[in-house]
Design a protein around this ligand. Structure first.
Ligand SMILES: [Cu+2]
Length: 277
């Protein structure tokens, strides 16, 4: 009997893990978490799996106890109920066991919090700024590349682009690089949330929050703002494109040209406006 329960638990976990294997974006009917793209997310998924086993065990135990009580102590089977109200030994046990379970869970939980919080020696920095309702990205280590990233509207979607998730300018980063991510906001509180990176961090006006990511595989990873920030909160997605290092270097050269022109034009426009006024 024990074996059957254990086997079905294991196959359920495998089923859930298989479901999310290729998802760097939410999938229709997806169960479980997105596949890990960084070591932090891998640890989060492992911790989640451990919790699932513990939770399932507790739930089954409680269910079994309730069923047992319903059957064993129903009126027919137990016509004269006992008047017992306290049992010290039992109370000590049912207090101590949950405490032990919590202590066991606290160890990997605290380890995970430190892993997320303490930034290893970073090789580059990107700065993320939340605006109502889009994201701005800056690369202080790569000649101050700076651009904004807007949702692509339904009518402008190209073949293969994801509705409500794709953006005009992606946050392009290299793989196998420890990236410090600094996050702030220029107006209200937003939250920069990329599930496959294991990153979820508040963008707060006047405050610089920090986190990190180290992406293992080239690919495109999707996320969203997940702090209600106004009417277009649902329309400021995040797209990270991870490139091999050399391709990233090539991209920075191109991006410097591309975004410099945009900003030069904007500056020219505002200068002209100012001179007219
Ligand atoms: Cu938002």
């Amino acid at each position: 009997m024990h074996r059957i329960i254990l086997l079905s638990l294991i196959s359920l976990c495998a089923f859930l893990a298989g479901f999310s294997a290729f998802a760097a974006a939410p999938e229709p009917w997806q169960l479980g978490m997105q596949a890990a793209a960084t070591p932090v997310k891998a640890e989060i998924n492992e911790f989640n799996n451990l919790l699932m086993v513990v939770m399932t065990g507790i739930t089954l135990l409680v269910l079994a106890l309730i069923l047992f009580i319903c059957l064993r102590f129903r009126e027919k089977a137990n016509p004269t109920p006992s008047k017992t109200t306290h049992n010290t030994k039992l109370e000590v046990i049912w207090t101590a066991i949950p405490v032990i379970i919590l202590v066991i869970l606290a160890v990997p939980s605290f380890r995970l919090i430190y892993l997320e919080d303490v930034i290893p020696e970073a090789e580059m920095t990107v700065k993320v700024v939340g605006y109502q309702w889009y994201w701005g990205y800056e690369y202080p280590d790569h000649g101050d590349i700076k651009f904004d990233s807007y949702l692509i509207n339904d009518e402008d979607l190209q073949q293969g682009q994801k509705r409500l998730l794709d953006v005009d300018n992606r946050l392009v980063v290299p793989v196998d690089t420890t990236i410090r991510v600094q996050v702030t906001s220029s107006d209200v509180i937003h939250s920069w949330f990329v599930p496959s990176m294991g990153v979820q961090i508040y963008a707060i006006p006047g405050r610089l929050n920090e986190t990190w990511m180290r992406i293992e595989k080239p690919g495109v990873y999707y996320g969203q703002c997940n702090q209600i920030c106004g009417v277009r909160h649902g329309f400021m997605p995040i797209v990270i494109e991870a490139l091999p290092k050399q391709e990233f270097e090539a991209w920075t050269k191109q991006a410097k040209e591309k975004f410099a022109t945009i900003y030069r034009n904007q500056n020219m426009a505002s200068l002209q406006l100012a001179s007219i006024e």
